[in-house]
Write a protein that binds this ligand. Structure first.
Ligand code: MG
Ligand code: MG
Length: 278
């Protein structure tokens, strides 16, 4: 495995990344509140963009060559990288994953995603999709909890995989993984959502990573649609994606893209997130 170049962040840099993380969280909250049957994914994109700008940030997704939107919106069998469109209208019972990121003027990034089941659909279908989303979200928090005490990075992947497997026969994407976050939205190290033979890099203070499990209700096999962006399951099964940007620092762990720093999600693990001292 090629040696990775991890840029560790100082406490003051992590504080700046918290600003980017909170703007990202606010944008995702605004989108979540707007999700309902009949809304287009382009409307959700505009809501996220307006929120980010109102808080002094800008979209980092728009900095990705060839991508022109603030969110990715992926519905049902679409896993990630769905492109917002005025013609894509949410229906009751859909499961939608929203991925979003903000960059602040000093150049630091946030990156986060959630899945949501659109209210008002068939109860049995909605319950299945909610269980899928819950399994994915739960595995994210298991991974974050593992990072709090990890000595090697793949302890995160092991914890994510174990959490998913404990909830059912879900597919775990192999070709799409988490990553370091900093002055670039995507940087080293690679953050796998499953156990790898290599234990991964040694975890040191100042590591800031996006942990982002992507799972399906069926096979892990995916294809890229004709738009060259949307990643969709080959078997048509539903999917879910959850993500947070997380800092490990000398005082502990801090979920930069969660408004509460990760307190609620980490409570079941007996872990209290610790903000960096300003
Ligand atoms: Mg993301
Ligand atoms: Mg990411």
């Amino acid at each position: 495995m090629a040696r990775e170049r991890i840029s560790h962040k100082s406490d003051s840099e992590i504080l700046l990344m918290r600003e980017a993380g909170l703007i990202t969280a606010a944008a995702l909250n605004a989108v979540r509140e707007a999700i309902r049957p009949g809304v287009s994914t382009l409307e959700l994109d505009q809501i996220a963009d307006a929120k980010i700008k109102s808080l002094g940030g800008s979209s980092n997704f728009k900095l990705v060559p060839g991508y022109h939107h603030t969110i990715c919106s992926s519905i049902n069998d679409e896993v990630v990288h769905g492109i917002p469109s005025k013609d894509r209208i949410l229906e009751a019972g859909d499961i939608i994953s929203i991925d979003c990121g903000a960059i602040i003027p000093s150049g630091w990034n946030g990156d986060s995603a959630f899945s949501f089941v659109v209210p008002g659909g068939d109860p049995e279908l909605m319950a299945k999709r909610q269980a899928l989303s819950d399994a994915c979200e739960g595995s994210l928090w298991a991974g974050i909890a593992a990072l709090a005490s990890a000595t090697r990075l793949n302890e995160v992947g092991r914890a994510v995989e174990k959490a998913i497997r404990s909830k059912g026969a879900f597919g775990i994407l192999q070709d799409y993984i988490g990553h370091g976050v900093g002055r670039s939205m995507h940087e080293d190290p690679a953050v796998f959502n499953y156990q790898t033979r290599d234990l991964g890099p040694v975890v040191e203070n100042g590591l800031v990573i996006a942990i982002e499990p992507m799972i399906t209700a069926g096979s892990q096999s995916v294809k890229i649609l004709a738009d060259d962006w949307t990643v969709s399951t080959k078997d048509g099964s539903d999917s879910s994606h959850w993500e947070h940007t997380v800092a490990r620092h000398s005082g502990g762990i801090w979920v930069l893209t969660a408004e509460d720093g990760g307190a609620a999600g980490l409570a079941p693990y007996g872990i209290t997130p610790v903000p960096v001292k300003s």
